[in-house]
Design a protein around this ligand. Structure first.
Ligand code: MN
Length: 204
């Protein structure tokens, strides 16, 4: 069973002007689709043909198959990124709000940490809010590296690759980060991820 390209969870105009429809159409319809298509081409006829995307990522990492790892992990990261954003501004509450206060002191401090680590990240990658060892943390991964598998539980992610923001913000990655962090992070999704037993899984 091939890996699917899940539809965007909102209209392609829904995040404007932070992220334009043109960017979303290209980013989802071309970049994400290419990662999915290349993953499917690589697993066709192999013992991973019917595996979940999480199992494909883990197998690629274990085998040192860099091409399959990059395409499968990027497929997962992008689906998680679409869900990490929402058109409607939201705010953490309940257990998530307590965990944020405990780890960072306040939501504002967490927002500053996401913005500063995201802006400082060298070249392509991702900035994440994760839960690990019973505590929240902001982490960066380079290129296709992912928290899809492993001990840490990803709550939110922001794409730092230039294709995520260059059409709308040119070289101003901090402007893209500030707008996403202040207006579009999906705290409901983060709370669901914190509450679930395992990690979020890619739609079958
Ligand atoms: Mn991307």
């Amino acid at each position: 069973m091939a890996i699917t390209l899940p539809p965007l969870p909102y209209a392609d105009t829904a995040l404007e002007p932070t992220i334009s429809a043109t960017t979303l159409q290209t980013h989802h319809g071309k970049h994400h689709k290419a990662y999915v298509d290349k993953t499917n081409a690589a697993i066709e006829g192999t013992d991973l043909a019917d595996a979940s995307l999480e199992d494909i990522i883990a197998a690629a990492e274990a085998k040192g198959d860099k091409g399959l790892f990059n395409n499968s992990a990027q497929s997962w990261n992008h689906a998680f990124y679409w869900n990490s954003m929402t058109p409607e501004a939201s705010a953490p509450d309940g257990e998530l709000a307590s965990a944020i206060d405990s780890a960072f002191g306040s939501l504002e401090k967490l927002q500053e940490e996401l913005a500063s680590q995201g802006a400082a990240h060298f070249a392509s990658g991702w900035v994440w809010l994760v839960a690990k060892g019973g505590k929240l943390a902001v982490e960066q991964t380079h290129d296709a590296a992912t928290f899809a598998v492993g001990d840490a539980k990803p709550l939110l992610v922001i794409d730092l690759w230039e294709h995520a923001y260059y059409l709308d913000h040119k070289n101003l990655r901090p402007a893209y980060l500030q707008a996403v962090i202040e207006k579009h992070l999906n705290w409901t999704f983060a709370a669901e991820n914190l509450a679930r037993d395992g990690n979020w899984t890619y739609p079958a």
